[in-house]
Unconditional design. Structure first.
Length: 368
């Protein structure tokens, strides 16, 4: 009959709500009579305006929206949602979604920043998760409003990205040796390959080729959603073979239990942690982040004249030059030196074919 249909053995009904939108609902039974009776009831509720979407949404709790979002979307992203979501659930989970307002979200984020001392970027990450939960529910017609839209993001400080010199990298590497072999090998490979931290730490040995004619690391899934094959320098190959897990484990950098966390959730190392920061401090590089090692390799490639498209193939960036040229004063200096050299060393006197003395003198200054 019209308005009743079956999927397998389960009967479903379909009807128009008060806004004229088609609604499909499962009866969770196989009886056509039950489906017919439910359809009559729903149509009567629509006519008498008893079954308004808003009334359905009034009963929904935030936890229900979060569960649906995680099942259908959140768990498939590359962001660290699973680590911050428990804190958000603790604050909003038991509350009805309708009770969560822009003001309540904004006040809670302010407390994270001012009371708990979280950074602006961390606070914004919490906001992103809540916003994503509501936005996804609205797109799937599980809810009707997103209170986070009106909540402004925290002002984040300018980027801390900076590039260390090769000499500083060598000093850092020596200090990392004092922290352990795994830390030193990880820093060496990160610095020579431009890999992201997790692209290296989560690699399995079956994704690494150390003995072939072209040693490499295969990264099947990256931040941009595309896999890549990263070549390894001879020094990186030698270093990787010294890892304790070589020929004895599944991962290059397996996780290690601690007194506090004897049974790690991840099978591989998740962070280089305090050991890297301690080594950086001794190398007189306070505040240095692991990700800055990626900048080092990219800048060296560009400074040595590697075409942007070639370097981007290695790093996986789409707009490599735009992303990195602001990081290093040396990069900007090298750029203007190239322009000056081109403008001055090629100048000749049209009549005699000789380079003007002034241009020669200026070119020697550029070359020096």
């Amino acid at each position: 009959m019209r308005g009743v249909y079956f999927r397998g053995e389960i009967a479903y009904i379909r009807y128009l709500d008060v806004d004229g939108q088609l609604v499909r609902e499962s009866t969770k039974q196989s009886s056509a009579k039950v489906a017919d009776d439910l359809l009559v009831l729903r149509r009567s509720q629509v006519v008498t305006r008893q079954r308004l979407p808003q009334r359905e949404f009034d009963r929904i709790k935030f936890d229900e929206l979060a569960d649906y979002w995680w099942e259908k979307h959140g768990q498939f992203t590359r962001s660290d949602f699973q680590y911050l979501l428990p804190r958000i659930r603790e604050q909003f989970g038991s509350r009805k979604a309708r009770e969560i307002t822009s003001d309540s979200v904004e006040d809670w984020l302010a407390r994270l920043r001012n009371v708990r001392g979280l950074s602006a970027s961390s606070v914004n990450h919490h906001r992103t998760i809540i916003n994503s939960v509501f936005a996804f529910a609205c797109r799937r017609r599980r809810f009707d409003t997103n209170p986070v839209v009106a909540v402004r993001q925290q002002q984040e400080p300018p980027s801390r990205d900076h590039v260390i010199s090769p000499e500083q990298f060598r000093t850092l590497l020596l200090e990392c040796e004092k922290e352990g072999r795994e830390i030193a090998v990880a820093v060496l490979v990160l610095g020579t390959t431009t890999l992201r931290k997790m692209e290296l730490l989560s690699r399995r040995w079956d994704e690494v080729d150390l003995d072939g004619p072209a040693p490499c690391i295969r990264v099947p899934d990256t931040k941009t959603g595309h896999g890549k094959v990263v070549p390894l320098a001879d020094v990186a190959v030698t270093a990787l073979k010294t890892l304790p897990s070589h020929e004895h484990g599944a991962y290059l950098f397996p996780s290690h239990g601690t007194t506090r966390w004897p049974d790690p959730k991840q099978p591989h190392l998740w962070d280089l942690g305090k050991e890297f920061r301690a080594a950086a401090a001794r190398a007189k590089l306070p505040g240095l982040r692991v990700h800055d090692l990626r900048h080092l390799g990219v800048t060296i490639l560009l400074l040595r004249g590697t075409p942007d498209a070639v370097a981007a193939k290695l790093t996986g960036h789409r707009r490599l030059l735009e992303r990195y040229q602001h990081l290093s004063p040396e990069f900007r200096k090298a750029t203007v030196d190239l322009i000056a050299a081109e403008l001055t060393t090629a100048q000749t006197d049209e009549a005699t074919g000789a380079t003007p003395p002034a241009a020669n003198e200026f070119s020697r200054g550029v070359s020096s």
